[in-house]
Design a binder for this molecule. Structure first.
Ligand code: SF4
Ligand code: SF4
Length: 381
């Protein structure tokens, strides 16, 4: 049985507030796509009231979710919807019920061999810094930059990671990386329900980080950040021997300590809060403070921001099962940014960045998409 008290489901008063914020419901229309519908069907399933012929439909709907957490923040009963949904996925992975075939395919990739979610050869982990002969990266250091699968291999490709290294070098910060020993943080496995693979990856990463002598891990990916900070202590049953910061918090510290400053910019820009950085980890201020520190830059808030931010469509493993709808949801976010008349939408997540960029190309949108880390490097004095 899933790892939560099924009585918690009784707290759902069927108010439907979660329906009004779900990014998927407007596209699909059926109640079973909303958190309310999911809570009702989970309750029926756990009480053996779900007809056998509906079980596959039920499993598929639990995977039709971005785990964006928007339903959780509006729920007047305080239901931890994302926890319940993730626990259901873990239950499906460990039970006889068939999980969607794209998820099976994802799990069949040889993560033990490659260490990355894209099935690229292990040696490709450092592809993002190919040809960068002037990077100053120490063998061992107190600060370790954990790059992440997307930023290392697919994200743009490698531009955000290279930018962050250049920022650290310009600010004269000693740091190290795991290099070819870096493997997936485990987040995609946790999101899709394979906790045992995630635990194996966590153990390996923590061992390698401690070998480097690091006491601070900095990540540019909110998924890695949330996983190191919130999930590793649960998975491994102990407090981590290192602190964890997102790159935006680290950059803010550099600004506060006058290690970096900015030149003037006439750009107009908005900021999209990644779900895993914002709603999950509460990092709202650092990105905004960075933008406010850039002289003359015009920063305009998105119509839906911070806790009420709309998801980019790329979260929760949703892109694995629904790549097309994922881009349509990203298109909605781009339209919201266009509606406030800015030139560029920035974010701080390689998955958001990739999804928004892919949607802007597919739907021929003129608005620019940038990771805030790249902008920081571009505008640093
Ligand atoms: S907002 Fe919460 S209480 Fe209301 S229907 Fe949704 S899950 Fe149930
Ligand atoms: S987590 Fe997001 S996508 Fe999933 S049911 Fe809640 S609002 Fe909808």
């Amino acid at each position: 049985m899933p790892n939560f008290d099924k009585k918690k489901l009784l707290a759902c008063v069927r108010c439907g507030k979660c329906r009004s914020v779900c990014p998927i419901l407007p596209f699909k229309g059926y109640e079973t796509y909303s958190a309310r519908g999911k809570m009702v069907t989970i309750d029926a399933y756990l009480n053996n009231l779900l007809a056998q012929e509906n079980s596959q439909y039920f499993v598929d709907r639990i995977y039709d979710c971005l785990l964006c957490g928007h339903c959780k923040v509006v729920c007047p009963s305080g239901l931890d919807t994302t926890h319940i949904l993730k626990e259901m996925r873990t239950h499906f992975v460990n039970s006889e019920l068939s999980i969607p075939s794209p998820v099976v395919k994802f799990f069949s990739r040889d993560i033990d061999e490659t260490g990355n979610i894209f099935n690229f050869p292990k040696e490709d982990r450092n592809i993002w810094m190919e040809g960068q002969t002037n990077f100053n990266i120490k063998k061992d250091a107190k600060i370790l930059y954990f790059v992440g699968c997307i930023s290392s291999i697919l994200g743009k490709p490698g531009k955000t990671a290279r930018s962050f290294v250049q920022i650290l070098n310009k600010a004269d910060i000693d740091f190290t990386i795991l290099g070819e020993d870096e493997i997936c943080c485990g987040n995609p496995y946790l999101l899709l329900g394979d906790n045992s693979t995630a635990k194996k990856l966590a153990l390996q990463n923590v061992t390698n980080i401690l070998k480097k002598g690091a006491d601070l891990v900095v990540t540019s990916c909110p998924g890695c950040y949330k996983t190191f900070k919130q999930e590793y202590p649960i998975l491994l049953g102990e407090k981590m021997d290192f602190e964890v910061k997102h790159a935006s918090e680290f950059i803010m510290d550099l600004i506060d300590n006058r290690k970096i400053s900015f030149k003037k910019s006439s750009k107009s820009i908005t900021y999209h809060d990644p779900c895993e950085l914002g709603r999950y980890c509460g990092v709202y201020e650092a990105p905004r403070k960075i933008l406010e520190n850039i002289p003359s830059l015009k920063f305009v808030e998105m119509p839906y921001n911070k806790e009420s931010s709309h998801c980019c469509g790329g979260g929760g493993g949703f892109k694995v099962v629904n790549p097309d709808l994922s881009l349509e949801i990203a298109l909605n976010r781009l339209k919201e940014a266009e509606s406030i008349g800015v030139q560029t939408i920035s974010s701080l997540c390689p998955a958001c960045d990739m999804n928004l960029l892919e949607a802007s190309l597919k739907y021929e949108k003129k608005i620019g998409v940038v990771d805030l880390i790249e902008l920081v490097l571009e505008l640093m004095d």
